[in-house]
Design a protein around this ligand. Structure first.
Ligand SMILES: [Fe+2]
Length: 262
C-alpha cells in the first residue's frame, strides 16, 4: 500500500519525498511533500504535509528549512503549521492565496515578488488550468518546479498517476522500487476519471479547461526542460521516460499533438 511508506525517503541526490494519507471525494489518493536541498544546506518544503516529530528530526539532518511553498491554490493545509515549526523560513505562495487564506502568514508571492533559487530550481506558472470541484471549476494557479540536477519535474495537481499492484508499465523500466499500489476503489475511480497508470490530469479537468492556449504554452515550456522523472502530489512517481509520458498525457488532454521533444 502506498501509505505504508510514510517516511522521508531519498529520491535522488538532494531531493526527498514523504507521503501522507489524504482522501478526496471519499477516495484515498494520498498526498506528497517534496523536499529539496539547495547549496548551503537550505531546505525547501514544497506542499508540506503534517510534520510529525520524526519527520522534523529527519528534515533537521538534511539542513535548515528556508522556504515553505504552497504550489497552488489548494495545497496550503499545513502551511501555517510548518511556518510555526520553522519561523525563520519564508512562506512562498501562488497568486491568489493571500486573498483565499488571509490568516496564513505569507512572506512572498510567486510572480509578484522576487523569488530566485538560481540555477538549482526553476519554475513556471502552469496557466489556464482549472480543477473541477463538485459544483464549480476553480483556477489552480499551480507553480511547476524543475530540479535540473536530478532531472526531476515536480507537479502537484496538474497530473496524476494512480496504479495497481504488481509490475506496471513504468515500474518495469525502473530500477527504483517506489510506492505502486492504491486501494481498489481509488484504482476504479482513477480508471473512470482517466488517471489510471497514466501521467495526465483527469477527465474532470479536461471538461473544465479554462484556456487551451495557455495550457499548451505551459506544457511546451515544461517539455523544454530536460527531465526524466516526475514527482506529483497524488500518484506513483514516474522514474523513467516521464517526459514522454507527460507529453502523451497532455496530447490527450488537449486533443492535439504537441511540440517535438527536445
Ligand atoms: Fe492536490
Amino acid at each position: 500500500m502506498i501509505l505504508n511508506n510514510q517516511r522521508l525517503r531519498e529520491i535522488d541526490r538532494n531531493i526527498w519525498v514523504q507521503d501522507q494519507s489524504f482522501k478526496y471525494w471519499g477516495l484515498e489518493v494520498g498526498t506528497r511533500m517534496t523536499v529539496i536541498r539547495l547549496a548551503g544546506n537550505s531546505i525547501i518544503l514544497i506542499s508540506p504535509i503534517k510534520l510529525e516529530s520524526q519527520t522534523q528530526e529527519n528534515i533537521s539532518k538534511l539542513g535548515t528549512v528556508k522556504y515553505i511553498i504552497a504550489p497552488n491554490l489548494f495545497h496550503y493545509l499545513y502551511l501555517q503549521e510548518a511556518k510555526n515549526i520553522y519561523p525563520q523560513a519564508q512562506v512562498l505562495v501562488v497568486p491568489g492565496l493571500t486573498d483565499k487564506q488571509p490568516e496564513i502568514a505569507i512572506d512572498k508571492v510567486f510572480f509578484e515578488d522576487e523569488i530566485d533559487f538560481g540555477s538549482e530550481l526553476e519554475y513556471i506558472l502552469f496557466a489556464g488550468f482549472r480543477v473541477s470541484m463538485i459544483t464549480q471549476a476553480a483556477t489552480l494557479n499551480e507553480v511547476v518546479f524543475y530540479h535540473p540536477a536530478s532531472k526531476t519535474l515536480i507537479l502537484t495537481d496538474t497530473a496524476f498517476n494512480f496504479d495497481g499492484e504488481g509490475c506496471s508499465r513504468s515500474e518495469s523500466i525502473s530500477n527504483h522500487r517506489v510506492d505502486r499500489t492504491f486501494p481498489w476503489l481509488t484504482q476504479l475511480g482513477a480508471k473512470i476519471m482517466g488517471s489510471y497508470d497514466t501521467l495526465q490530469p483527469s477527465v474532470l479537468e479536461k471538461l473544465v479547461i479554462e484556456d487551451r492556449e495557455k495550457v499548451q504554452a505551459s506544457v511546451e515550456k515544461i517539455l523544454s526542460w530536460d527531465f526524466q522523472r516526475v514527482i506529483m502530489a497524488h500518484g506513483s512517481i514516474v522514474e523513467n521516460d516521464a517526459k514522454n509520458q507527460l507529453k502523451k498525457g497532455y496530447e490527450w488532454f488537449l486533443n492535439k499533438n504537441l511540440t517535438k521533444l527536445k
